[in-house]
Ligand binder design. Structure first.
Ligand SMILES: C[S@@+](CC[C@H](N)C(=O)[O-])C[C@H]1O[C@@H](n2cnc3c(N)ncnc32)[C@H](O)[C@@H]1O
Length: 232
């Protein structure tokens, strides 16, 4: 069922559509997508567009890619970006993992994964997005010195990501030593979920990892196929 406030996003107007990335499986060339070469940031699961629209508006010299599963939220993201005057955003509908595979190596300088679906029950945890294989794809698309920012009120998810990071040694440098996480850091543009969770009195655990210069090994793609390293 569609929430009454979301019904207006069932139809996408021309201006909103101009901020929506092309669907399909074709590789994405950010320079073609934005018509310029600029530092690139990615938000995975950009929800209602609060964060990406404000970040993009406050960084006009950079470009932003968002990916969101829910088509109505994709339109809402485009709507928010237009409202903020941020034309430096392209929002892609569909699954984040499919989008990652379309992106070139070392193209991102920031990747945000903020309040991903927590799948809190033990039997659901295998559905979580931040598996080792997703982390390998993120390592492939993140440039040396680029950063991965993760936040969640589901602490066992945050710790699961930290544990998965230990299985990709040398690819990321932990910026939150010695524990690997920080609680309740101030954020400039809180996401919708971040605001809700803080209002509920939840403690938020954040990760900050910096990509090293070590080459990313080939990612294991679910279904048994292996991505071949470039040039092979
Ligand atoms: C809990 S909400 C958080 C939204 C936003 N980041 C925030 O903090 O307000 C998770 C969002 O991620 C989207 N999502 C979940 N799995 C996804 C996937 N595999 N690919 C793309 N988007 C996904 C959901 O549709 C939802 O909008």
């Amino acid at each position: 069922m569609v929430a009454p406030g979301m019904r207006i996003y069932r139809v996408r107007n021309e201006r909103q559509a101009s901020l929506v990335g092309p669907p399909g499986h074709a590789p994405i060339d950010p320079a073609v997508l934005f018509g310029r070469s600029a530092p690139l940031r990615l938000e995975i699961g950009c929800g209602h567009g609060e964060f990406i629209s404000q970040m993009a508006a406050s960084h006009p010299a950079e470009d932003f890619i968002g990916v969101e599963h829910d088509p109505l939220r994709v339109t809402k993201n485009a709507h928010k970006c237009l409202k903020e005057g941020a034309s430096n955003v392209r929002v892609f509908g569909g699954d984040a993992v499919d989008l990652l595979r379309r992106l070139p190596d070392a193209c991102m300088h920031r990747v945000y994964v903020l309040f991903p679906d927590p799948w809190p029950k033990p039997g659901q945890r295998r559905r979580r997005l931040m598996t080792r294989s997703t982390l390998l794809e993120l390592a492939r698309i993140t440039a040396p010195g680029g950063r991965l920012i993760f936040g969640s009120d589901t602490h066992n998810y945050t710790f699961q990501v930290l544990a998965n990071l230990t299985t990709t040694p040398g690819l990321w440098r932990d910026c939150y030593k010695p524990n690997g996480f920080r609680f309740d850091i101030p954020t400039r543009f809180p996401t919708v979920f971040e605001r809700y969770k803080k209002e509920e009195g939840c403690t938020i655990a954040y990760l900050l990892q910096e990509r090293t210069a070590a080459p990313a090994p080939p990612a294991i793609i679910p279904g048994g196929r292996h991505r071949r390293p470039p040039g092979t």
